[in-house]
Design a binder for this molecule. Sequence first.
Ligand code: GRF
Length: 203
Amino acid sequence: FPIAVLASGRGSNLQALIDAQRAGHLPIKIVLVASDKAHAYALRRAEEAGIATLALDPKSYPDRAAFDAELFARIAEYQPGLIVLAGFMRILDPGALAPWVGRIVNIHPSLLPKYRGLHTHQRALDAGDATHGASVHYVTAELDGGPTIAQAEIPVLAGDTSETLAGRLLDQEHRLLVASIALIAAGRVALADAGVLCDGTLL
Ligand code: GRF
C-alpha cells in the first residue's frame, strides 16, 4: 500500500511508520516524504531509510494555491494510495486538496473537536482538562476539522507542563498513527458522506 508522508519538522511520527514497516507490522511502502522545509529532520530520516524525498520552498511560489498545486502534482507522480500529514505545519488550499479528500489524513495532538490549531498542550492545561490526547482524522478544507478515525487518550498529571505532556503524548501518537494507517491499508476504514466507516459501521 503506497503512502506519501508530508512533514515540516523532526519527523518522529514518520519514523514510527518506517520502523513499523521494517518490523513487518505495517503493510505499507512509503514512496515519498515531502516537506516545505529543506532542513526538516524528517527528510534526513527518509534519506537514511532509502525513501525518495522532495523539498519545496513556499517562498518560491506566488501564493498558497500555486505552491499546493505543485506539491500535490509532484506527489501524484508517486501514485500514493494515501497521503499522511505528520507534523505538516501548513494549511492546504481547498482546490489542491479536493481530489485527495478521502485519501489524506492528519495526526493532530488534541482530542478533537477540542483544540484545533496550535498550542494544544498548553490549552488543555489551561482548561484544567483531566485528560489530553491525539487524533488521526481525514483532512477536509476545514482546519483540523475532518472526521476522526481514531484517538489516543492520556491522563494529565499534577505538575505537567506543556513539554512533559507533549512528550508523553508523542509516544501514544506513534502507536495511534501506526494503528490508524494499518486500518486504512487493510481497507477497513473509509470516509463516507456521513463520517467515517470502520468495518461497515459508521463511527
Ligand atoms: C506531532 O505532535 C503531531 O501531532 C503534530 O506535530 C507533531 C509532529 O511531530 N501535528 P513529529 O515531527 O512527527 O516528531
